[in-house]
Design a protein. Structure first.
Lengths: 113, 116
């Protein structure tokens, strides 16, 4: 069955620390991969996406993610987090344009001053 | 960019009543709309997919008669929670796929439903 796993449910970091959030998927065939962020009280916003090409994807707000096909992973990274990065982060996968997204359970990130 | 407007943002209703949630694509035509449900501190779970001019496709375990979905036009999809009960209290979110080379998804701001 198709699934998306996010390993870290709760992460607490100090400002300026580096961030890496894990995401693994179980899908056959072509996949499109996404990371979304949900700030408190707000709707989902797209951080970055991967469809094809360079497996290292750069997104907004200094985030990047690397698609490693052999590991079925799409981990999210940021070299130096800020307090304003406190939010819920969701990895999502689908098998093609126009298909519904399958979301991971999310990772709650708290950045302390 | 593509915008999906979702209303209401929050609603409180009595048990046994029905509630309608609307999602409108403001600057593009949404032939497809996905409806998700999000429980507190949990992920988004796909409930159903609505397609303009045809019947919605529901995910396994979602009651078709309780969650009525209508996609009457290319810019409007509605979700009606019928005979609502406290266990239907949740956060409902709609999403439309993008078009062209973007292949992104636009999300509504969500509706917080509380059934008392």
């Amino acid at each position: 069955a198709q699934s998306v796993s996010q390993h870290n449910h709760h992460v607490i970091l100090s400002e300026a620390a580096s961030l890496e959030l894990g995401c693994n998927y179980s899908y056959g065939g072509t996949v499109n991969l996404f990371w979304y962020v949900q700030y408190p009280g707000q709707h989902l916003q797209l951080l970055l996406k991967y469809f094809s090409g360079d497996p290292l994807v750069k997104g907004i707000k200094g985030f990047e993610a690397e698609f490693i096909k052999s590991k079925f992973s799409f981990n999210l990274r940021k070299p130096s987090v800020q307090w304003s990065d406190t939010a819920e982060y969701f990895c999502a996968v689908n098998s093609g344009s126009g298909y519904a997204l399958n979301f991971g359970k999310g990772t709650s990130l708290l950045v302390t001053p | 960019g593509a915008v999906v407007s979702q209303h209401p943002s929050w609603v409180i209703c009595k048990s046994g009543t029905s509630v309608k949630i609307e999602c409108r694509s403001l600057d593009f035509q949404a032939t497809t709309m996905f409806w998700y449900r999000q429980f507190p501190k949990q992920s988004l779970m796909l409930m159903a997919t609505s397609n303009e001019g045809s019947k919605a496709t529901y995910e396994q375990g979602v009651e078709k008669d309780k969650f009525l979905i209508n996609h009457a036009s290319l810019t409007l999809s509605t979700l009606t929670v019928t005979s609502a009960h406290p266990e239907d209290s949740s956060f409902y979110i709609c999403s439309a796929p993008g078009s062209g080379s973007y292949y992104g998804y636009t999300f509504g701001s969500g509706t917080r439903l509380t059934v008392v």
